[in-house]
Design a protein around this ligand. Structure first.
Ligand code: PRX
Length: 660
């Protein structure tokens, strides 16, 4: 049975315990229904209420939602605030400056505590330094940093002066970094000499140098370098600056720049089905509001909780649930530099014990890979560690299969911690469909019900609602505050990708297929309906990988599809036609390895095809269209049952069916 089928057949239900409900922010289904009813009866009033309660406004907003230029929606536009003030100063002013904001654990196990007071000083110093470098409100700053306190400080420092940050994941190649620097028009780049992962030092500065040298980055005036390892780096006098030297003599006071709620807080690139990655543009008020509110609702965060989100700050999860969400509500969080398997595969569980983590948020891929190792080695099994402080578990980024859900529930949560399976996206800014720990009866593999105020629905190809039990296209019917505002520099793409005319132009198209349970109305996500793959929770466009492959001088043509994978959810399979004859045996293996390394260099190691198949051609219709459906079946190793009579070259299927 496939993972999706097993979710659809799942009948186990886990109601919230009395303990989980007792003090919960949303303490039961009645409370949930009351909030959804409030949102339905007075949509703007509902959002205005929580925006007033959750955020500190320098100038209160008078208008809630502006739909006059739909789908370019605006929320709370005449209100003014500052993200960094909301995440730091207001907690210090309330007397919580001594509270730990971040407990940082380095790759080698060294622990650093950063209080809200420390954070305020560090952010203010860097904010002042950025201003001295000429960075102004509205300028874009690219951040290419490892998981580090400096990463959070850099993001918050940009927010403090009204600069818009664009974080690029440290695993992306120089080419990917270059494309983003150019597209966003960065005036500064903040990077590190190296990053430490699993005991190894990996270069960042040299990749950043290559990225800038690749051209189009004339606007980048300064490259600020955090010294993480002390490893040797090339130095460009006049452009490169050490972070520690830069902030040394700066004042630790910096008046926040008050910006409109609509001011772009960040741009984060993500893969779509066509073309280059899209710069998803988010607003200050919207992101901050939803990141903070969902910390309270989804994670039921209380002042004494210790939260740990294992995502990287290079992804949206790290933005909303490391940099902004936990700090906006004044929480204490753990931040981790390294990888779950170093120095041993019990690292996550050991760290939960060490830092007394109460709420733990990770990706299904991490869970699935740890199941394998811990079932083989009792020493790294979660049961060998003290996980007694845990009270809530979460997952994000990809579907979780019921088997992995049950293992997580029993072995990590001790059968007492609710699991919040949070469905959302880079574009949605924060959680959309998720269980609530004190309210929602859980069904393994289902993200259950939309949050109050989120009008999620399932429709057919014409935009009409489909009945429960029938699969369809996942949409959101009304704008919500944390939604993306635009695709940076490409408003047409924003409209056509997210509000397509075929669906009437008003529904937000998520790009996922989903189905609602006949009885409960619970949502189950069935995966992407476009050419986007989800590998270990990382989003990759098949077209991007195809473009990378065909840019190799050996390659004539390439087609990329996904295949279900036990650990990574999906795996990349590439079908390649070389300019030379189809290679056999070792020669094929050698070229396949070369192409894998090529893709890693072009995009990043996360995009490397797991399986590369060579053919003399690709299966095409007589009009020359590649039949991707057939490629998907071949990738899975399925027998071809489809009608292949329209194929120009049916013999090719045998060649491509051979796994390497
Ligand atoms: O396909 C869905 C999947 O991840 C996609 C969004 O990817 P990204 O923008 O990188 O954001 C990931 C972190 C929020 C979605 O379109 N996805 C995300 N969460 C889930 C999920 N699929 C199933 N269940 C989830 N909980």
């Amino acid at each position: 049975m496939s993972a999706i089928e097993s979710v659809l057949h799942e009948r186990r239900v886990f109601p919230p315990s009395d303990k989980a409900s007792a003090n919960a922010a949303i303490s039961g289904m009645d409370a949930y229904k009351a909030l959804t009813a409030e949102a339905e009866s007075d949509y703007e009033g509902f959002w205005a209420r929580i925006a007033r309660e959750t955020l500190s406004w320098h100038k209160p907003f008078t208008k809630v939602l502006d739909e006059s230029n739909a789908p370019f929606y605006k929320w709370f536009e005449d209100g003014e605030l500052n993200a960094s003030y909301n995440c730091i100063d207001r907690h210090v002013e309330a007397g919580h400056g001594g509270k730990n904001a971040i407990i940082f654990e380095a790759d080698d196990g060294a622990v650093t505590n950063v209080t809200y007071q420390d954070l305020l000083q560090r952010v203010s110093r860097l904010a002042n330094a950025l201003k001295k470098q000429g960075v102004k409100k509205g300028d874009r700053v690219v951040i290419y940093l490892p998981m580090s306190v400096e990463g959070v400080v850099a993001m918050q420092a940009c927010a403090r002066i009204g600069a818009t940050h664009s974080v690029v994941f440290g695993g992306f190649s120089s080419k990917s970094l270059n494309e983003r620097l150019v597209d966003v028009g960065a005036v500064a780049l903040i990077t590190a000499d190296e990053q430490m992962r699993g005991g190894k030092a990996l270069p960042l500065k040299s990749i950043a140098d290559e990225a800038i040298a690749a051209g189009g980055c004339d606007a980048v005036k300064s490259v600020i370098v955090y010294r993480r390892t002390g490893g040797k780096v090339a130095w460009n006098e006049g452009r490169d600056l050490w972070l520690h030297e830069l902030v040394e003599n700066e004042s630790d006071q910096c008046e926040p720049e008050w910006v409109s709620a609509e001011h772009p807080l960040f741009i984060l690139y993500t893969s779509g089905s066509t073309g280059k990655p899209k710069g998803v543009q988010h607003s200050t008020g919207g992101i901050l509001l939803w990141a903070a509110q969902t910390m309270k609702w989804t994670f039921d965060m209380k002042p004494d909780d210790v939260f740990w989100c294992t995502a990287d700050i290079g992804w949206i999860t790290g933005h909303s649930y490391i940099t902004y969400g936990p700090t906006a509500i004044g929480a204490t969080q753990v931040m981790f530099e390294g990888v779950p398997t170093y120095p041993h595969a019990g690292r996550f569980w050991e760290m939960i014990g060490r830092h007394k983590v109460t709420i733990f948020y990770t990706a299904p891929t991490a869970i699935r890979s740890l199941i394998k190792v811990s079932e083989a080695d009792a020493k790294v099994h979660p049961k060998s560690f003290d996980l007694s402080t845990l009270r809530i578990l979460g997952t994000v980024g990809e579907p979780i299969n019921p088997e992995a859900w049950m293992w997580y529930y029993e072995n990590v949560g001790g059968a007492k911690c609710p699991i919040v399976d949070t469905w959302w996206q880079t574009e949605t800014g924060g959680h959309m469909i998720t269980p609530l720990p004190g309210a929602t009866p859980l069904v393994p593999g289902s993200c259950t019900l939309p949050l109050p105020g989120i009008m999620a629905a399932i429709v057919d190809e014409t935009g009409q609602d489909v009945p429960n039990g029938q699969g369809g296209i996942l949409v959101v019917k009304r704008p919500w505050p944390s939604m993306l505002r635009n695709v940076w520099g490409d408003p047409d793409r924003y409209k056509s990708s997210y509000f397509p005319e075929e669906l009437g132009g008003k529904l937000y198209l998520a790009g996922d297929g989903a189905v609602r349970d006949k009885d409960t109305g619970y949502f189950t996500i069935m995966g992407r309906i476009d050419d986007v793959l989800n590998v270990s929770g990382h989003r990759l466009g098949t077209m991007e990988i195809e473009s990378a492959l065909v840019s190799n001088p050996l390659v004539a043509e390439a087609a990329v599809v996904g295949r279900p994978d036990e650990t990574t959810g999906e795996a990349v399979v590439a079908f390649v036609v070389l300019k030379q004859a189809r290679p056999e045996g070792d020669a094929g293996t050698k070229i396949a390895n070369e192409l894998r390394a090529w893709v890693a260099k072009e995009i990043g190691p996360i995009a490397k095809p797991k399986d590369i198949r060579f053919g003399e051609n690709l299966p095409k219709t007589r009009s020359g269209k590649i039949m991707r459906r057939l490629l998907r079946s071949l990738a899975k190793g399925e027998e071809i049952t489809q009608d292949v009579s329209t194929l120009e070259n049916p013999a090719i299927l045998d060649q491509l069916g051979e796994a390497r």
